[in-house]
Ligand binder design. Structure first.
Ligand code: HAM
Length: 433
């Protein structure tokens, strides 16, 4: 058998234990804020039929054209895809289970997504999202409330003031408005055909809107002089957009209207937005979303409006690490340090007694004298070390030592270790007795 070293798949990361505490902290805060706004969690499979994403996201998008992990299920020949995003899958589930039968639904999700992109900082092949979908509501109040929710989330995560991502917003209007704009765009790009790169030429007739998204600096002049969709919006679309902006204004959310914001997925109409930071280099979009009023019908459901967004967890965590530096505790209450012949039995008994009271306790196993065990106790992040040496054992006692507050120490009967720790903050322990 080959002894070649095995490594993970490029662009797919392990979340190591020294990082998982921060992820859990972020996850719990996000779940809390979503809950505050009345959203309930939905969990859908990681694998879906390929056709779902082709139909949902759009055939002429980067994701569907070149980023999907698609394979044939060898057992039945079905074509399947690792989900590159979750809006299409949530819509599928909502239709399949008729979730809108009794009115609108506010749903949230989290989990891994897969896109075969070129890996770099902030861009991975397996990444994670927190997502929100509100289905059955036509807005603009719900669009605006979702943006307020995101602003509150930045706050809850310690991303305040300058450190909070900034909001860019646009309206993509309705289909007829986009068609009129599209015709004007094609005419414009045809007039400047010699200035178009290969990608743009290919998209000219299939998806000219996406040309506006071009990152090619040589394309800038022709993109910047292109007609803007906002000049093609009808009264109703304009009113929707203005209503969203008015709510944001009333809540003092700093907002930049970006008439070139088009998003990379085809299902959007009316409101689209992104929250961007310049603290993460090239991949600065932390959150993106908008309204998708025709997707449910397009996927075979009864027509119903909807809007939502997704936040990139890796980018969010990176931003928090860079800017907010929250103190993450391991949540361990005690580390049991013990030595001498037969010390394991009483140590385990004290640990179980503590756990019975709901405490989190780690017992030292393996080699190690007092000094090295105390070092491990400190590294574990525990609030207390419980010391059980030969002398203590003979007397039936244990010494509880605070690891976080100077000189807090107390010797108590073994049977009372759990209740003393449960009832004490580190500072409350008396001086050495
Ligand atoms: P999206 O803009 O494709 O939208 O992705 C949302 C967020 O996921 C991005 O802003 C970014 O933070 C993160 N993200 C995307 N690709 C990667 C990657 N390769 N590596 C790391 N992070 C990434 C959607 O997925 C829509 N489903 C959002 C939505 C929900 N719209 C309506 N409802």
């Amino acid at each position: 058998m080959s002894k070649e070293k095995l490594t993970g798949v490029k662009g797919m990361n392990d979340l190591l234990p020294d990082q998982s505490g921060l992820w859990q902290w972020v996850e719990s805060r996000v779940a809390e804020v979503f809950h505050q706004y009345g959203y309930r969690e939905i969990r859908t499979p990681i694998v879906e039929p390929t056709a779902l994403f082709v139909r949902g996201i759009g055939e002429v998008t980067d994701i569907v054209e070149k980023e999907m992990y698609t394979f044939i299920d060898s057992l039945n020949g079905e074509q399947l895809t690792l989900r590159p995003e979750n809006t299409a899958a949530v819509v599928r589930s909502v239709i399949e289970h008729n979730l809108l039968y009794d009115g609108p639904k506010r749903l949230w999700y989290t989990g891994p997504m897969f896109r075969h992109e070129r890996p770099q900082r902030g861009r991975y092949r397996q990444f994670h999202q927190f997502g929100i979908e509100a289905l059955g509501l036509s807005g603009p109040d719900i669009d605006a409330e979702q943006l307020l929710m995101i602003a509150r989330l930045w706050q809850a995560l310690g991303l305040t003031g300058e450190n909070a991502p900034r909001l860019e917003i646009n309206s993509l209007g309705q289909k007829e408005e986009r068609l009129a704009h599209r015709a004007a765009l094609i005419a414009h790009f045809e007039k400047h055909a010699s200035a178009l790169d290969e990608d743009a030429k290919r998209r000219l007739h299939s998806n000219p809107l996406r040309i506006l998204d071009s990152k090619n600096p040589a394309m800038r002049p022709v993109v910047e002089s292109a007609p803007l969709l906002k000049d093609f919006l009808g009264e109703a679309s304009q009113a929707h957009f203005n209503a969203v902006l008015a709510i944001l204004d009333a809540h003092k959310i700093n907002t930049t209207i970006n008439p070139r914001l088009v998003r990379g997925l085809d299902y959007y109409n009316l409101t689209v937005f992104e929250w961007i930071t310049d603290k993460l280099g090239a991949q600065g979009t932390v959150c993106g979303g908008g309204r998708y009023d025709t997707l449910i019908e397009q996927m075979g459901g009864k027509p119903a409006p909807a809007c939502g967004f997704a936040i990139g967890v890796e980018r969010l965590v990176e931003l928090i690490k860079e800017l907010a530096q929250p103190q993450i505790e391991t949540g361990l209450h005690a580390y049991i340090v013990h030595w001498g012949e037969g010390s394991v039995g009483p140590a385990l008994a004290v640990a179980e007694q503590c756990r019975g009271l709901g405490l989190a306790v780690q017992v030292h196993f393996g080699e190690g004298g007092l000094k090295s065990q105390m070092k491990k106790a400190d590294q574990s992040g525990a609030k207390f070390a419980v010391l059980m040496g030969d002398d203590e054992r003979i007397q039936g006692v244990a010494t509880i030592k605070s690891l976080r507050v100077e000189s807090g120490q107390q010797t108590v009967a073994m049977a009372e270790v759990g209740s003393v720790i449960a009832g004490n903050s580190p500072g409350a322990l008396g001086a050495a007795q």
